[in-house]
Ligand binder design. Structure first.
Ligand code: SF4
Ligand code: SF4
Length: 425
């Protein structure tokens, strides 16, 4: 912990005592979950370094940006079109909220029967323990689920929050509404930054974000190989870091990692035996440092080869389609791309089971673990239709409902081991 960092956190009005506790708790967990893994790609060194200084260097970069008049825009959901933020010269940061640490803080205000992701994010603000929240000029929320949209109203009492309306259906009327939301968001960002979003700037931002999506696609494609060259935990970490690192640097680091994985694949080198059970996780997002499920699965001898989630394929599968440099067409292409995220907030959402079936085949999985955070009603309910569909396809599925605490770890381990035993070749 450098004196510079402590000064920066003090400037950001961080509660230093709680913050120390948070960072002190993270170190041993990271050691146990990540650094104890064998045969890791050297390219993961960058991500270990990022986590090792999780509230240092990147926050400093955001502060430097702010000193020159730049804005930082924090988001909680992959529906917020980050291209518009970059195009206006601001920096988007996907906030994490994957730790139990901040949950009790939130429970002083929010109902206990709220999902851990909402409680964790709100607790970060209430407890003043997240420098990314503190460094942001605007938080952008969305109406994807009831818990979040009502939490944003309270959060707005602490820090400016702008909420985008995400429709619940995929009809033409909904698309028109969403298109209007994207245009309105452009105006909000222009007003915040004082910068006009030009077609040229927007085209550059589209290329920037698409570049990162392509790098993530490359990483996930490499996970289709048997034996798999990277653990699910490492791939998840690389994905989680993409939410807040600089997009250009992130793309470069991901591609460097993939170059190394290409060589592993050519040499037939994997992180687990070729016959290790291959698991696809589908469901709620896993914000950093939520590594609980991956750790249990991989400690039991299986490998997670794909995540159908917003910290997985839903984050990068679709690109914004190329258009002429014309604002209207670019905004339509952006709106179309984001409307095609198959989040359980939509009804109906049959595209998601379709995706899972397709991914299960592409990644040669032996089983699917459907993961939903406790009190996340959209994913919990969708789990029923998912189970029906996968049964029809003959794909084994295990349903897990959990939170961020470790209380159920023993029980989860037993259930997962039994599932792996059942699907073993
Ligand atoms: S699961 Fe839905 S609400 Fe949550 S981050 Fe993804 S798109 Fe947003
Ligand atoms: S996990 Fe579910 S309940 Fe929690 S924020 Fe996401 S959609 Fe809402």
């Amino acid at each position: 912990m450098t004196t510079d960092n402590v000064r920066m956190w003090t400037d950001l009005n961080i509660d230093l005592k709680s913050h120390d506790m948070l960072l002190n708790a993270l170190g041993p967990i990271f050691q146990e979950v990540y650094l104890s893994q064998k045969n890791r790609p050297a390219g993961m060194g960058f991500y270990d370094f990022v986590v090792g200084d999780i509230h240092g260097i990147r926050v400093k970069e955001l502060r430097e940006h702010a000193k020159t008049g730049g804005k930082v825009v924090a988001t909680y959901c992959v529906f917020v079109p980050e291209e518009l933020v970059w195009a206006a010269g601001a920096i988007p940061v996907g906030l994490c909220a994957g730790t139990q640490f901040s949950v009790p803080m939130a429970e002083e205000v929010l109902p206990r029967n709220t999902c851990a992701l909402i409680k964790s994010s709100f607790g970060f603000k209430l407890g003043r323990v997240c420098p990314y929240v503190q460094a942001s000029h605007l938080i952008v929320g969305e109406t994807t689920c009831d818990g979040k949209k009502k939490m944003f109203e309270i959060l707005n009492q602490y820090q400016p929050v702008y909420v985008m309306e995400v429709p619940n259906k995929k009809t033409e009327r909904s698309r028109t509404l969403w298109h209007g939301e994207v245009v309105a968001f452009k105006d909000v960002i222009e007003k915040l930054t004082g910068n006009k979003i030009t077609p040229k700037k927007l085209a550059e931002a589209i290329d920037l974000v698409n570049g990162r999506r392509l790098a993530l696609q490359r990483l996930y494609n490499l996970r289709k190989v048997r034996p798999v060259p990277i653990s699910g935990k490492d791939a998840l970490l690389a994905t989680q870091v993409s939410f807040y690192d600089d997009a250009a640097r992130d793309t470069q680091m991901l591609n460097t990692l993939c170059d190394e994985l290409d060589k592993r694949v050519a040499a037939g080198q994997g992180v687990a035996p070729a016959n290790a059970p291959r698991i696809l996780i589908s469901g709620s997002p896993m914000a950093i440092p939520n590594w609980k499920l991956h750790h249990i699965i991989e400690s039991a001898g299986a490998v997670v080869v794909c995540e159908e989630s917003c910290t997985g394929t839903r984050f990068f599968s679709d690109l914004v389609k190329p258009t002429p440099h014309n604002l209207e067409q670019q905004l339509t292409a952006i709106a179309d791309r984001y409307m095609n995220i198959h989040c359980a907030c939509f009804t109906p959402n049959d595209e998601r089971p379709d995706d899972v079936v397709r991914l299960a085949k592409e990644y040669q999985v032996d089983g699917v673990i459907h993961y939903n955070l406790q009190f996340c009603h959209t994913y919990a309910n969708e789990g029923y239709k998912m189970a029906e569909r996968l049964e029809k396809e003959g794909i084994p599925m295990l349903r897990i409902e959990t939170d961020y605490s470790d209380e159920d770890a023993g029980q989860l381990r037993t259930r997962i081991e039994a599932f792996l035993e059942m699907i073993k070749h």
